[in-house]
Design a protein around this ligand. Structure first.
Ligand code: FE
Length: 178
């Protein structure tokens, strides 16, 4: 094998590796876009019967970490969420069904590592459920429209309500246009 042949093989190898990398990152960013609210685009989310959606549907439209938290009641790792340190003006909607949940006007830095709000956007925006998992009595915060688990509410929040709605980032999508 002469030098030119070795060089040609090396170039071919590098080219195919870059192509693989490009294809791989391309498909991964596509799935992120699809799973971050793509299923809510071009539809009127108020007209959909979200409670009738199947496990297969949620698995196909949500990211695995969204599915784990919003549909199975898991908790994202603190300080990892997109909206933990995010303070733009707008409205946070349910990442599963698009219902308006919280306004940026009620968002504060709780230092816990999860997005925190002192009140929902209106009285009916969230539903509370008693949660006794892990031997703790807590109030679970749930989306009233699709049943998504959102987080928990505690009584150590700031004025004016004294409440701290501790919400997983992956259960939210930010809408700056509201
Ligand atoms: Fe929802």
């Amino acid at each position: 094998m002469n030098f030119k042949m070795i060089l040609a093989i090396a170039i071919l190898l590098i080219a195919s590796l870059s192509l693989f990398h490009f294809t791989y990152s391309g498909s991964s960013s596509k799935s992120l876009v699809q799973s971050s609210g793509k299923h809510l685009e071009g539809i009127d989310p108020d007209e959909v019967d979200w409670r009738s959606k199947t496990v297969e549907y949620w698995e196909s439209v949500l990211l695995p970490e969204q599915y784990d938290v919003c549909r199975l009641g898991g908790t994202e790792r603190p300080f990892t969420g997109e909206y933990n340190k995010f303070y733009e003006k707008g409205v946070y909607i349910c990442s599963s069904c698009g219902l308006e949940l919280f306004s940026s006007d009620a968002k504060f830095d709780s230092g816990t590592g999860w997005p925190s709000f002192w009140e929902p956007i209106n009285q009916n925006a969230v539903e509370l459920k008693r949660d006794s998992t892990f031997g703790l009595i807590r109030n679970e915060v749930v989306c009233p429209r699709c049943g998504a688990h959102l987080g928990h509410v505690f009584n150590d929040g700031p004025e004016p309500t004294g409440k701290r709605y501790c919400i997983n980032s992956v259960c939210l999508l930010f809408d700056s246009g509201k």
